[in-house]
Design a protein around this ligand. Structure first.
Ligand SMILES: *[C@@H]1O[C@H](CO)[C@@H](O)[C@H](O)[C@H]1NC(C)=O
Ligand SMILES: *[C@@H]1O[C@H](CO)[C@@H](O)[C@H](O)[C@H]1NC(C)=O
Ligand SMILES: *[C@@H]1O[C@H](CO)[C@@H](O)[C@H](O)[C@H]1NC(C)=O
Ligand SMILES: *[C@@H]1O[C@H](CO)[C@@H](O)[C@H](O)[C@H]1NC(C)=O
Ligand SMILES: *[C@@H]1O[C@H](CO)[C@@H](O)[C@H](O)[C@H]1NC(C)=O
Ligand SMILES: *[C@@H]1O[C@H](CO)[C@@H](O)[C@H](O)[C@H]1NC(C)=O
Ligand SMILES: *[C@@H]1O[C@H](CO)[C@@H](O)[C@H](O)[C@H]1NC(C)=O
Ligand SMILES: *[C@@H]1O[C@H](CO)[C@@H](O)[C@H](O)[C@H]1NC(C)=O
Ligand SMILES: *[C@@H]1O[C@H](CO)[C@@H](O)[C@H](O)[C@H]1NC(C)=O
Ligand SMILES: *[C@@H]1O[C@H](CO)[C@@H](O)[C@H](O)[C@H]1NC(C)=O
Ligand SMILES: *[C@@H]1O[C@H](CO)[C@@H](O)[C@H](O)[C@H]1NC(C)=O
Length: 616
């Protein structure tokens, strides 16, 4: 039946693959299949698998780093528990306290069976990392995440409380305990011109320099949850009071978002008219368009149109082993320059930041960091918002369906323009901040609703122009997030389902800026394609095969990086890395010519999955 198969499709997505934080009850109903297979399996000769997300290695100075182990912890049965806390102290015994690069390193191992778990890391309430754990194997896995946290320098100069929230469940079925080390590495500045600070005159205005102060826009401890806010529906507005120092002259709001449960796959949610017509009560709807809206004292100041991060258990977990989905180990954060709005909040009083999500279903995890630059020469700055041009999003929906088959076209667009001046000891600086968004999603249901094809593109252009007394600084950022997703899910009617999926996913970015270091540019094209098939019984993948290809091309003023890598059935087929700037291979060529046979064969067992089936 169409309705029951769609029901199954989404139940499958939501409850079987990416165990949402709130679905404990379902989770514990499904322990039927396990009886300590993990300890019996795992022949010792099978090596530990190293999972990874493809990204450009962080460039660091040639100095010797000072490293601080900030947390060593085993995340076992942590569901419903408060975040794990640790005292952070800066590396006071380091030869120099002048650091030009600070890098966070997360190293983890896990063995057994476990779902992908979202986690967050906060220092003094400021979010440093939003990430997703890798799903382990019976034979064990290891993975490492590195993130440049230099922009949080001002925070890292003082002792702080580190909080890590990772809600895991460990029982007889879900045996994976995450063993984690978190280390911060501090690189003293190099005695070379490239890393020397420019003189005072050019180092003002925050361009290219970390903020003087970072205000946490997150929930306060103590909590039995993450420090993120939970946005549960389209009318839910989560608010946080904040007070900004009266000598601020520049402010950027960095927003972290992730989506779970009914909205984990928001980009594939059908429109409500389809759901109503087909009497589908359990299918998450509200269509596929989402917008995170940020307001100050009730006035909308900017938005985030998110990229589509697929967590390590998403769509087909076999796709993400060992190459993880784009953004899954280091979810992107999104900057909104609110400097033009400073004039409204420099009065020394409490103000309110608000987060909401257009069309949201439960649940979105959202919080933010407010990066603030302070005028060290004066106790008060003065400012005024001089232009505010923000229209609601223009959204269209074209529906054409008969029963559970049909086509949809959903589009949206929006622009923001804010301008304002701030007068400080650096002079009277006028800042214009623009955000332009365009979104298009075509969705097709066939095969009585069993088959779904989603083709979505989100375009974001953001620019900030700051007119200083003697020069113009600017930043122009363009991003495109393409997504193509094919899934065919067939319930065999005997507790077994088959699924075929094919997807491509991208995070492309162009950045062009002018600041105290002169002009800078960096172009990134990061594309993944993946094909998978699997047979699912209850909530376990009993057999299947996943293949993934990725091309990452970065070309910037600060160097180049190219990586082309492919995996199939847990094995890397090829892995090519180049650092020279000579190569000009456009990844779309590669993705277009991939002629790998489409994996529809059944009974191709991944080793640890085979063991699970034997238990049934
Ligand atoms: C983290 O793991 C990587 C990869 O195994 C290793 O090179 C690095 O030294 C580890 N970091 C720490 C702080 O142990
Ligand atoms: C964490 O650090 C300890 C001590 O250096 C080491 O024994 C352990 O293997 C590390 N664990 C991970 C997951 O890197
Ligand atoms: C939306 O979510 C909020 C917060 O959980 C809740 O108070 C409110 O009742 C919900 N509204 C609707 C229409 O469900
Ligand atoms: C709609 O679903 C409900 C609950 O499953 C069922 O009772 C009802 O008969 C269905 N109606 C139609 C028209 O299919
Ligand atoms: C809808 O589909 C049914 C059978 O699948 C068919 O009989 C009917 O003509 C279709 N309606 C339209 C308007 O195409
Ligand atoms: C700052 O510059 C703007 C635009 O040039 C002007 O309208 C405003 O009056 C100036 N503010 C001060 C305090 O001079
Ligand atoms: C973003 O900028 C590019 C290049 O200027 C332009 O082609 C595109 O239409 C812009 N997109 C939006 C959504 O404004
Ligand atoms: C997806 O849609 C875009 C237009 O938005 C189109 O150019 C592209 O070919 C489509 N991709 C696929 C695989 O159909
Ligand atoms: C379930 O049904 C499918 C299709 O009829 C069949 O291939 C499969 O072997 C069945 N599985 C079980 C466990 O009965
Ligand atoms: C799946 O992907 C392969 C390779 O990218 C492609 O050739 C094939 O047409 C795709 N199939 C579907 C149903 O999208
Ligand atoms: C996948 O790899 C396992 C061994 O790791 C092997 O037994 C199995 O046959 C492979 N499957 C395919 C389809 O290549």
């Amino acid at each position: 039946m169409a309705s029951s198969s769609i029901f199954a499709l989404f139940i499958f997505f939501i409850f079987l693959l990416h165990r949402p934080f709130s679905s404990n009850a379902n989770l514990h109903q499904t322990r039927l299949f396990v009886s300590e297979h993990v300890s019996q399996a795992a022949p010792t000769e099978v090596p530990i698998t190293r999972y990874f997300e493809v990204s450009r290695p962080i460039q660091v100075p040639r100095t010797k780093p000072c490293s601080v182990l900030v947390l060593q912890h085993d995340f076992g049965n942590t569901y419903g528990q408060p975040p794990v806390l640790a005292q952070y102290n800066p590396p006071l015994n380091c030869p120099s306290q002048d650091f030009s690069k600070i890098v966070l390193e997360w190293n983890a191992t896990c063995k057994g069976r476990q779902f992908d778990r979202i986690f967050g890391m906060w220092l003094g309430g400021v979010e440093l990392l939003r990430s997703c754990t890798a799903e382990p194997r019976g034979t064990g896995i290891v993975w490492s995440v590195k993130k440049d946290i230099t922009r949080y320098s001002s925070l890292l100069k003082n002792p702080q409380t580190l909080a890590v929230h990772l809600a895991n469940i460990v029982d007889q079925t879900y045996t994976g305990v995450y063993h984690v080390n978190i280390t911060f590495h501090f690189w003293p500045a190099e005695e070379r011109p490239r890393f020397q600070k420019p003189n005072w005159a050019s180092s003002v205005y925050g361009f290219g320099f970390p903020a003087d102060l970072i205000l946490p826009i997150s929930r306060n401890l103590p909590l039995n949850d993450g420090l993120w806010f939970l946005v549960q529906n389209s009318t839910d507005v989560q608010l946080k009071e904040f007070k900004i120092p009266q000598n601020a002259y520049r402010a950027i709001l960095e927003v972290y978002v992730s989506y779970h449960s009914d909205d984990e796959f928001w980009y594939s949610n059908p429109p409500n008219d389809y759901i109503t017509a087909n009497n589908l009560t359990q299918v998450p709807g509200n269509g596929p368009f989402r917008e995170v809206v940020v307001s100050i004292d009730g006035t909308v100041v900017g938005a985030v149109w998110p990229s589509t991060v697929i967590y390590t258990g998403g769509i087909n977990p076999l796709l993400w082993r060992p190459i993880s989905g784009i953004g899954s180990f280091d979810l992107p954060s999104y900057d909104i320059d609110i400097t033009p709005f400073l004039g409204k909040v420099l009065d020394g009083k409490q103000h309110q930041l608000g987060f909401s999500v257009t069309n949201a279903l439960s649940v979105w995890y959202i919080d933010a960091n407010l990066h603030v630059w302070l005028d060290k020469q004066s106790a008060r700055t003065k400012g005024k918002l001089i232009k505010y041009d923000v229209q609601p999003p223009v959204m269209t929906l074209v529906s054409d369906f008969n029963g559970s088959n049909g086509d949809f076209l959903i589009t949206a667009s929006r622009s923001f323009l804010l301008a304002g001046w701030v007068k400080s000891s650096h002079g009277n600086i006028t800042t214009q901040s623009h955000q332009y968004f365009a979104y298009r999603n075509t969705m097709k249901f066939g095969n009585n609703g069993n088959e779904q094809i989603v083709n979505q593109t989100t375009d974001v252009n953001a620019s900030v122009y700051s007119r200083l007394p003697s020069r113009l600084y600017f930043m122009d950022l363009s991003r495109r997030f393409p997504l193509y997703l094919y899934t065919n899910f067939v319930d065999q009617g005997n507790g077994t389902s088959t699924s075929v999926s094919n997807l491509s996913l991208g995070f492309n970015q162009q950045l062009f800026s002018h600041g105290p270091f002169g002009f800078s540019r960096g172009n990134l094209i990061n594309l993944q394609a993946a094909q998978g098939s699997m047979i699912v019984k209850g909530n376990l993948v009993t057999s299947g095969l996943g293949s993934t290809q990725q091309v990452y091309t970065y070309d910037g003023k600060d160097g180049c990086y190219f990586r082309k890598v492919s995996s199939r059935n847990y094995t890397i087929l090829y892995d090519q890395i180049e650092r020279s700037c000579k190569r000009k291979l456009h990844p779309s060529l590669f993705l277009g010519v991939n002629k790998r046979p489409f994996p529809t064969r059944r009974n191709l067992l991944a080793s640890d999955l085979h063991d699970q089936e034997k238990q049934v």
